[in-house]
Design a protein around this ligand. Structure first.
Ligand SMILES: Nc1ncnc2c1ncn2[C@@H]1O[C@H](COP(=O)(O)OP(=O)(O)O)[C@@H](O)[C@H]1O
Ligand SMILES: [Mg+2]
Length: 219
């Protein structure tokens, strides 16, 4: 379960403060997938980076399974994020000089988990890339890169999987196939997920859709 309470965020600019999120409240039950839609510049990525703990709100709280994300002591924040929250991006952000296998194993190595490569192999099989493990990102298609990034996102067994325009760089058919896999995996692992998307078809497949405009959420 993710709870967003009275969340506000503004950016300082030379023209004064830019209010992006104005006292936002919503909840996502455990195991649900919600879409966040809205015009370009409406604050979708800002909201996602708050949910990921990558930026701090001006006020308000985000509770992940009851833990107040911004009340975690600073020295424990990185660990909490790394263990519990994974992010998937439009442009994958794979490390170009690491193979698919090494990219997926990396978060496991950072967290000093046992058998990172065996686990990475298992995950790459789960996303259907058993025959692409030793390929570098430059040798993979867009859909394959996104599947590697999903495998990497699952590696730490997070509670929450966040995705910012995950199909934004993929053609329609590839995007649909990758997201079918994404949905299957979120449900199989009982994760809670937020997907920022422009893709109405994808938003309609989610358990609910929240529209962001003028700094507020509309159902
Ligand atoms: N670090 C920042 N400093 C100032 N303005 C920002 C910053 N980050 C985002 N913005 C502004 O906040 C608004 C929302 O941005 P963003 O969340 O990226 O929108 P979206 O993802 O919905 O397209 C935009 O107008 C953007 O210019
Ligand atoms: Mg964005």
């Amino acid at each position: 379960m993710i709870e967003i309470r009275n969340l506000s965020k503004s950016f300082k600019t030379q023209q004064g403060p830019l209010e992006i999120l104005k006292d936002i409240n919503f909840q996502i039950p455990k195991g649900k997938i919600i879409a966040i839609t809205g015009h370009s510049g409406s604050g979708k990525s800002t909201l996602l980076s708050l949910l990921a703990g990558l930026d701090k709100p001006d006020s308000g709280q985000i509770l992940i399974e009851g833990r107040d994300l911004f009340a975690i002591p600073p020295h424990k924040q990185n660990d909490f994020r790394a263990q519990n929250i994974s992010l998937i991006f439009q442009n994958y952000y794979l490390i170009p000089h690491l193979t698919a296998l090494e990219n997926v194993a990396l978060p496991l190595q950072i967290l000093k988990k046992a058998s990172p490569f065996e686990e990475a192999q298992r995950l790459l099989k789960e996303v259907g890339l058993e025959d692409r493990m030793s390929h570098y990102p430059g040798e993979l298609s867009g859909g394959e890169c996104q599947r590697v990034s999903i495998a990497r996102g699952l590696a730490t067994k997070p509670l929450v999987l966040l995705a910012d325009e995950p199909t934004g760089s993929l053609d329609n058919e590839t995007g649909n196939r990758v997201m079918k896999l994404y949905f299957d995996l979120v449900r199989k692992h009982n994760l809670t997920s937020v997907i920022v998307t422009h893709n109405e078809e994808l938003a309609a497949l989610c358990d609910s859709e929240l529209k962001l405009s003028q700094g507020q959420i509309h159902k």
